[in-house]
Design a protein around this ligand. Sequence first.
Ligand code: NDP
Length: 249
Amino acid sequence: MRLTNKTALITGGNSGIGLATAKLFVAEGAKVIITGRNKETLEAAARELGPNAIALAADATDIAATEAAIKKGTDKFGKLDILFVNAGIPGGTPLGSTTREMFEKVISTNLTGVFFTVQSALPYLNDNASIILNGSVISVLGNPGYSAYGAAKAGVRAMARIMASELSPRGIRVNVVAPGAIRTPIWGAAIATPDAEKAFEKRIGLATPLGRIGEPDHISKTVLFLASDDAGHIQGQEIFVDGGAVASP
Ligand code: NDP
């Protein structure tokens, strides 16, 4: 039990990587607050996670709603030791057909939302807390169609380093976990059927030294490490969990 007596907040905790992390954190003894927009999946996640979790609806692009959820969650479970800023949307559209509205939606959730979630959480964070931001390999790889998404995730890396400097006086660590392709609902139709999934796995396999899609627990276990005292001297870093995608030539 590595998280006994710890309280964690996970944005986007009702699906994919966030839900896997919430389950792992509860199993490690933490009290967990999850947020998201979809009330149905939030309720389902809360049932699955049990009494040591609370699920609260909050849109990460709505600062007041995010702050209200953080307040409500910490009123119940106490101040935060861990903040996993994970909520994000996909955003792959080619340069020529990306509208301003599409571009701004991705930036608003995946970059602006991250900044203001951390800002809103500041008064509710214990000293020596651990903040983990969810990045992406697309912040460094030139994947066609991902200008907005890649820019947002590169911004997340830059913000993490600056936040790490600003929050070090309180002992608060800020790091980034940067996944490669992970099997979650974010891929939508690309993995919706067994045939589609096979084709996707093959395509990703060709582009990834380990030759496979990652699983949510590859990320949750890295987040657990960064959240725990084992990572107590890791500050302002980014860990790629990508089957070698970034390291490959
Ligand atoms: P999912 O689609 O399974 O989960 C996304 C989560 O984000 C959901 O819980 C969703 O909940 C929440 N979310 C989205 N927009 C908002 C919003 N405006 N406000 C609050 N919550 C929101 O995908 P993943 O688990 O894969 O994605 C999690 C993170 O991992 C994202 O930041 C993504 O960019 C990153 N990532 C994922 C990769 C992958 O291959 N899966 C690769 C690299 C990075 P709801 O819909 O209820 O709002």
